[in-house]
Ligand binder design. Sequence first.
Ligand code: SF4
Length: 127
Amino acid sequence: MPRKSDTAHQMLTLIMSMGNDGILQSELWKKMNADSREGSRTIIRLEKKGLIERKKELHEGRWTYRVFAKRKLSTIDSILNVPCAACDLENRCSEASSISPDKCLKLTEWLLNLEKKKQEISVSENK
Ligand code: SF4
């Protein structure tokens, strides 16, 4: 059975790959090969960490949610080494906890590096 953090990481990667269109929860469960209980548990953990947001949407006559990544990245490659994927504190990390993405040095450094790389790419594209 995959670790919870692996599932969350795969789900976040998938949501990020959908860009501004986001993805309906039901499609997400299908792509993840997850049942709605398992999928909901993971999505709520990502939401608590402030990594995704859900917007209510009427789809085929039923209310559901469309899920969006809060942080938009330019390429999928850029998130493959997100520190949360291999973090031992992942289970205890949430916005409401003393261990949270906002206070995490590893994540901050990773995001700063990513931003630096994006700026370098944008500078080289504008040359
Ligand atoms: S402690 Fe940092 S690296 Fe670990 S899951 Fe939380 S934000 Fe990610």
